[in-house]
Design a protein around this ligand. Sequence first.
Ligand code: FAD
Length: 536
Amino acid sequence: MTPASTEVDAVVIGAGPNGLVASIALADAGWDVLLVEANPTVGGAVRTAEVTAPGFRNDLFSAFYPLAAASSVIRDLDLEQHGLRWVQAESVVAHALPDGRAALLSRDPLETAADVEEFAAGDGQAWLDMFEHWQRIREPFLDAMFTPLPPVKAALRLARTLGSRGLLDLVRLALTPARRLADERFAGDGAALLLTGNALHADVPPDAAGSGIFGWLLIMLGQDVGFPVPEGGAGKLAEAMQSRLVSAGGQVWTDTRVTSVVVRDGKALGVRTADGRTVRARRAVVADVDSPTLFGELVGEDLLPPAFRRDLRLFQWDNSTLKLNWALSRPVAWTAAKARTAGTVHFGVDLDGFVEYAADLSLRRMPRNPFVLFGQMTTADPTRSPAGTESAWAYTHIPQSLAHDRQALRRQEERIEQVLEELAPGFTDSILARHPQYPDDLQAADSNLVDGAINGGTSYPHQQLFFRPTPGLGRPETPIERLFLASASAHPGGGVHGACGWNAAVTALHSTGPANRVRLRLATTAWDRLLGSDKS
Ligand SMILES: Cc1cc2nc3c(=O)[nH]c(=O)nc-3n(C[C@H](O)[C@H](O)[C@H](O)COP(=O)(O)OP(=O)(O)OC[C@H]3O[C@@H](n4cnc5c(N)ncnc54)[C@H](O)[C@@H]3O)c2cc1C
């Protein structure tokens, strides 16, 4: 029986990948850490279960991990020592078209180049040039992305690598809409489909500023590290992290929801749990909790500066999500045969269709032609289902306003299966079992996925970098001393890279000790200046 009151150096709320990484970093630094998770198992949106049919392992949320493979935070955890094994499909990602063609990102850059060249002369070389540029900047670029803001050292390294003109080009790339970037770099549809489809893994529309860099990042990572998956299911990644944490001395409580952060005199002192326990935290409370819930419910608005409360009301969620899972009696027989070798398949729209889909979402209409991301998991990892079968999922976004409209969701579900039947005749007959996850189901399984939002808040530029989750925050510190934000609501946002958790842990570690008291005073001063004086 766990005591009613416990004391540790740090309590971490939520065992998603960010909470796990934060806990490991703190435990490695010698802190006494307790990780408290509401669900019976750790992992957050990194979990696997047999929800369709016996022997079919379905990833319930995230499935492909290019960001994890590229993240030095995750790489340095040595999770392979804790049972993790990465595997990959023969090819990375395909975009299947109704005319039987597919754009294909292969593991070998020369093969990808040859493929996109088939769509337009010159695009093969353009692809290789883009990849060569990526290889030159990848280390400082990823460091800049995954470290706390402002990433001074990494930015200097980037500047040294690129020169001032190259840096300006990169900033421009970061602002360019995906559709425009595709037009500037490629003549044909193949590379443009890969770029734009990958851009839409985030919620910024393809003709809006800031979407291009998401597509660019994911296709370059896809070319560089592939889209790896943990052998046996996404949950194996979470299990390896838990094992790594326990071996570093951390404790985990599952089945325990934190209901409030205890705050006194502007300082976080610990947490209270739904079953009436109290955990006192001597040094830090680290929250892998979405920003509106953390500040609005667990802390309580009354304890926050007025300007911060106002900014919280401006917080924008990303789109809602409809996810479908299937047990299939055979691999998907795509007419676009190249798609058969890819772990991830995109379909449902062409280049103009991406814009129409995003416009439907903006107009709060159910997209008439949904853009669908499809995972053929047994193709990526043969252990996911019996030999000769396929464990598959698909998801698409829907407007938040329709997140609870079951009829509309069912119609969209039928529409997706109908399109699959068109692109891969016989798909419907191959369905042995299906298991939909509606937005309510996603949120019930992980309370951070509010109304089925998957990225901890929108990725539009007005809520990124120094604006994430609210203007002027951009870092893990919060207006409450010793409370740190570690979830995907923090910079750099959604995806399994562990950087939000790592940044929160590093900031918590730096916020104690004599030198760091000065740093904290500075941060507090900045808070007072930015937020405290505004009484609106
Ligand atoms: C359908 C879907 C597909 C995705 N696909 C990919 C993909 O292929 N690749 C990729 O990199 N990313 C993908 N993502 C995004 C990625 O999974 C998330 O960005 C990532 O999991 C965020 O990690 P996190 O630790 O911030 O939060 P989460 O993973 O959401 O974990 C938060 C955890 O905190 C717990 N928690 C919350 N509040 C409390 C509380 N009060 N008390 C106790 N526990 C609490 C929750 O139960 C949960 O376990 C996908 C997400 C979804 C939903």
